[in-house]
Design a protein around this ligand. Structure first.
Ligand code: C5P
Length: 227
């Protein structure tokens, strides 16, 4: 059965809050709690291990593990604290609008023949340019094949363990775990996802997440009262 590693150990300095980002309140509960509930909604996740900042408690029903100094180190530590289970889903607590449907889609995708990892991503809508050190444009990328990568990312356990077995400087360079699997020769597949699965980095993102949540709750209430 699948297990989940929930990454909540970042400080979230860009948010400027008085506590670590994953514990900032959103719609009446800590950011991290929204992901715990989405992961539990399915009944397919056997265990949730949460990588935590110092002195913060694990959410009810989860196992806490001390986070590392960089994101992939937190993944490695959470995986070491986990029981048996395969595949392994990795999700950032900074993406509180996770849905059970997206969890299901990524779990389904990794179960396909020959796939080492399945990652949520949305098509890039902005034009992306590359610059030199002076801010002068050197290249415009072809947007049609570009994806903005999110979490959840789901891995076959052996592929993730192999990918994480690298020196500390490689772990520090990884902004997502799928890259570590790519560089170890693994096959990574995309699961198309909505941009609403946003990452809370700045106060603007938190305000957007509040608005989206209010809309979702409103829609659900309308649905219930229409019976
Ligand atoms: O820093 P960034 O926003 O990319 O972090 C993404 C996610 O990884 C966040 O949910 C954060 O809590 C987590 N993280 C972690 N350990 C770190 C750094 C980030 O668990 N050392």
């Amino acid at each position: 059965m699948a297990i989940a590693l929930l990454l909540a150990a970042g400080r979230g300095e860009r948010l400027g809050a008085d506590r670590p980002k994953a514990f900032v309140q959103l719609g009446g509960k800590p950011l991290v709690q929204w992901s715990v509930e989405a992961l539990n909604a399915l009944g397919d996740i056997e265990q949730i291990v949460v990588a935590l900042p110092p002195d913060m408690p694990a959410p009810a029903g989860t196992i806490g593990a001390p986070g590392g100094s960089v994101r992939s180190e937190s993944v490695k530590r959470a995986l070491a604290a986990a029981g048996p289970g395969d595949p392994v889903l990795v999700h950032d607590a900074a993406r509180p609008l996770l849905t059970a449907e997206l969890v299901q889609a990524t779990l389904d995708a990794v179960s396909r023949e020959g796939v080492d990892a399945a990652i949520a991503a949305s098509p890039v809508t902005d034009t992306i340019k590359q610059t030199d050190g002076e801010g002068v444009v050197t290249r415009t990328l072809d947007r049609s094949g570009l994806w903005a990568v999110q979490t959840p990312q789901v891995f076959r356990r052996a592929s993730l363990e192999r990918a994480l077995d690298v020196p500390a400087d490689v772990l520090a360079a990884a902004t997502d775990d799928a890259w570590l699997v790519e560089r170890s020769g693994g096959r990574v597949t995309i699961v198309p996802s909505e941009r609403e699965n946003l990452k809370v980095t700045s106060p603007l993102d938190l305000a957007l997440a509040e608005m989206l949540l209010a809309g979702l709750v409103g829609q659900r209430l309308k649905h219930l009262t229409s019976f």
